[in-house]
Design a protein around this ligand. Structure first.
Ligand code: HEM
Length: 263
């Protein structure tokens, strides 16, 4: 007997996900998979990939919290902000030479972003394979369509933003203050009102970061098994609050420069 699932006018056979043991799938009346079983241990399984997403996501969130707090130093003036930027390069001295710990953090960030994207693409492909027959009528639930768009296009926007951001504020390549300027000069000149489009781009990217983060946190809560019918609303509230604090904290700096509060 073949189990079927109704969706719009389409009737698709239910293919068991790869993690479901064959016995269970058979008991559910689903046909055996024709594709060869996948190896790869924990990291090859959906739960392994979700764990990779959660751990790398947590690393990135920690970085964002620290980065936002550091940026807010710009409200205390050039000296305070430049001292913070200098600390990033000198932390660990004299045990570690200048910039060694910062380079280590950079490597961790790049690896975290790489693994996060690998797990996301891999999980999305697996979800696609588990739905072998395309929906006859494009009647996806609105919620899943929204989440897919936010995570996929939000992720791409954030990646493009980070590339621009590094060229702008780290290397000064696209910044009026250039490489020779101090970090504070790059910050103030980068968000000069004449470059309003940069501020708009940052604002759009930061909203994307916020939406991506809110959905990511919510997914992580579910992966960790924290989301029950009782905790559903409070946990959604936590995800929204953390994301909003980060977005507003980040946005405060370019907006303050544009308004002449930071100059
Ligand atoms: C308005 C928001 C932001 C401002 C004003 C800002 C500012 C800065 C500044 C001034 C630097 C250079 C620090 C230095 O060289 O001393 C920097 C580096 C960096 N920022 Fe941001 N940032 C913002 C948002 C973000 C966001 C949302 C992300 C990630 C999604 C991000 C990722 C990075 C990375 C990866 C670096 C390089 C860190 C390193 O040197 O290793 N930034 N940012």
């Amino acid at each position: 007997m073949t189990a079927t699932i109704e969706r719009g006018s389409a009737t698709a056979p239910v293919i068991p996900p790869e993690d479901v043991p064959a016995k269970k799938a058979k008991a559910a009346g689903a046909p055996a998979r024709t594709a060869p079983p996948r190896s790869g241990g924990f990291l090859g399984s959906s739960s392994g990939k979700k764990a990779v997403m959660a751990v790398t996501g947590a690393v990135l969130v920690l970085f964002l919290v620290g980065h936002m707090a550091g940026n807010l130093k710009s409200f205390f003036g050039a000296e305070s902000f430049n001292a913070y930027a200098d600390f990033l390069r000198t932390m660990g001295e004299p045990i570690f030479p200048r910039r060694v710990l910062l380079s280590l953090v950079e490597v961790v960030l790049v690896v975290a972003v790489g693994l996060h994207m690998w797990a996301a693409v891999s999980l999305a492909r697996r979800a696609g394979r588990a739905r072998p027959v395309g929906y006859a009528a494009r009647r996806r639930s609105r919620a899943s369509g929204y989440a897919t768009h936010v995570m996929r296009w939000g992720g791409v926007t954030i990646l493009l933003f980070v590339i621009w951001h590094l060229l702008d504020l780290t290397f000064g390549a696209v910044n009026p203050a250039g490489w020779d300027g101090t970090p504070y000069e790059r910050l103030v000149q980068g968000f000069d009102p004449s470059r309003w489009w940069v501020t708009v781009f940052y604002a759009v990217a930061l909203v994307m970061v916020g939406l991506h983060l809110r959905h990511g946190l919510w997914s992580a809560f579910q992966t960790l098994g924290l989301a029950s019918s009782r905790s559903y609303r409070p946990l959604r509230g936590v995800a929204t609050l953390v994301s909003a604090v980060l977005v507003l904290g980040f946005l405060a700096v370019p907006l303050a420069v544009a308004a002449g509060v930071i100059k």
